[in-house]
Design a binder for this molecule. Structure first.
Ligand SMILES: C[S@@+](CC[C@H](N)C(=O)[O-])C[C@H]1O[C@@H](n2cnc3c(N)ncnc32)[C@H](O)[C@@H]1O
Length: 277
């Protein structure tokens, strides 16, 4: 998500596991973080809560419910903008992110705003928190589409949530997988199968090393994943492109947004399964 910094890479579709995805994406976000924050920081807002490039805010969506007095974890928290919004609304917002450089930006904005988001380095597939710690876990385009072992990430979310907890996350809308990641008209012609889950991989020209990975799940995959881990899906929002909104963000644009959804936003409640006697 975003306009990647310049580096000589070639794009491939091939199987990549969790270890390789993480080894690529952590350093990639470290390298990209300065440019990402310089390009998108003012749009995100230091204590703003956007669910995606369409500009849908949590104030509008209300998908987390009232966070006042709640323990709230943001997975893939980046510079902590959303968690600062949580803190401004009375929640105890905490962040976890794979990229140290993103967390350094979070600390910088903490200092600038005086709203500090305690944040730790870690991964969505092995959350560094005890069981039953949070009332809400959320992820705004953070982490989930970057992990290979998505079942582990959803299981970890269930583990750290208290019974009755809430999980909400936004990802690139699964139907976008069919189209080239191009904000112009070329991004409107389907060129690959919606059902092909083979990851999108950028490989460094010079070394052949995997430099960046994104993983695809269909809408049905997400439903099965959530239901299979005890979540009850309550919402699936597909934000429409607002009239007059002309910001281009990576492959997101007015040209495409008027015709196809770019973001899927899920909301779900979690209850532990009754244990067999
Ligand atoms: C598109 S940014 C979203 C961050 C923030 N919500 C925003 O809108 O700027 C994605 C974030 O996910 C983080 N990330 C990627 N893979 C991750 C993983 N396996 N576990 C935790 N965070 C991860 C990246 O480091 C990055 O900060």
């Amino acid at each position: 998500m975003g306009t990647p910094y310049d580096r000589p890479v070639r794009v491939e579709r091939r199987a990549v596991g969790e270890r390789e995805s993480r080894a690529a994406n952590g350093p990639d976000w470290d390298r990209y973080a300065d440019e990402y924050q310089a390009t998108h920081g003012s749009y995100l807002g230091d204590a703003g809560f956007l669910w995606g490039p369409e500009g849908l805010t949590e104030d509008e969506a209300g998908i987390l419910g009232n966070v006042n007095g709640k323990d709230v974890l943001e997975v893939g928290s980046g510079a902590g903008q959303c968690s600062r919004w949580v803190r401004n609304h009375g929640g105890r917002g905490i962040g976890v992110d794979l990229s140290m450089r993103q967390l350094q930006h979070s600390r910088r904005i903490d200092d600038e705003t005086g709203i500090a988001v305690p944040s730790v380095l870690g991964t969505a597939t092995a959350l560094p928190f005890a069981a039953d710690t949070f009332d809400v876990v959320f992820c705004s385009f953070g982490a989930l589409q970057f992990v290979a072992d998505i079942g582990d990430a959803v299981a970890e979310t269930a583990r750290v949530l208290r019974p009755g907890g809430r999980f909400a996350f936004s990802v690139t809308h699964p139907t976008r997988w069919m189209f080239p990641d191009d904000p112009g008209p070329d991004g409107l012609t389907a060129s690959q199968s919606y059902w092909d889950r083979t990851p999108y991989v950028e490989v460094e020209d010079r070394t052949g090393a995997v430099a960046y990975v994104e993983h695809h799940r269909t809408l049905g995959d997400w439903v099965a994943l959530l239901a299979g881990h005890g979540f009850r899906i309550t919402d699936l929002l597909e934000p429409e492109w607002p009239e007059g909104h002309d910001r281009v963000w990576g492959g997101w644009s007015q040209t495409r947004g008027r015709l196809t959804p770019g973001t899927a936003l899920f909301g779900a409640d979690w209850q532990p399964r009754p244990q067999p006697r």
